[in-house]
Ligand binder design. Structure first.
Ligand code: HEM
Length: 143
């Protein structure tokens, strides 16, 4: 959600009246693009912004509903995502099930350095190359 923000640019907005953003005077009816990708990798907010380091969120008060503005994968305010709860729940449930019921290995001959995390930019973000993993069924414990 942070490193690979699912919707890198929000749907464009149009200003209704003249306003000042960060010292810039923006005229009415100007198309404005909000960049959640850039916000999520802002070095002024995030330590080692390009690093995959999920533990950074342990005991952190970062919220995702668009109130704090340091991470806005669901947008913010009036046109933000109404499917926020369902979306988060689905991601958690899917990941938890995949990790609980399978052990994951790389295909033979491949090591972690071969994993490519490049993404195709677009309205929504997609992995450039499919992630290839070998699942092995393992039933650890009932969830
Ligand atoms: C992890 C999952 C999801 C992510 C990351 C996500 C992200 C977003 C983002 C960034 C926007 C645009 C917000 C803006 O422009 O300010 C949006 C809008 C929207 N999302 Fe989601 N979404 C997710 C899941 C869902 C689900 C499950 C539903 C419906 C069941 C949904 C329905 C919508 C709708 C209807 C809008 C348009 C809202 C409007 O324009 O007023 N989303 N979503």
């Amino acid at each position: 959600m942070r490193l690979f923000t699912p919707e890198p640019l929000l749907v464009p907005r149009e200003t209704m009246e003249k306003c000042i953003i960060d010292g810039y005077e923006v005229q009415p009816e100007t198309l404005v693009y909000v960049n959640p990708w850039g916000i999520a990798r802002d070095p002024e907010t995030w330590e080692n912004p390009d690093e995959f380091w999920p533990e950074r969120f342990l005991n952190s008060d970062v919220e995702l509903k668009g109130q704090g503005f340091s991470l806005i994968p669901f947008g913010s305010r009036g046109r933000s995502c109404p499917g926020y709860s369902l979306g988060l729940l689905t991601v958690h449930l899917l990941l938890a099930n995949l990790l609980n019921f399978f052990d994951w290995e790389l295909p033979s001959g491949m090591n972690t350095d071969d994993i490519d995390t490049e993404a195709w930019p677009g309205l929504t973000l997609n992995k450039r190359d499919a992630l290839k993993l070998v699942p092995r069924i393992c039933v650890k414990s009932p969830m």
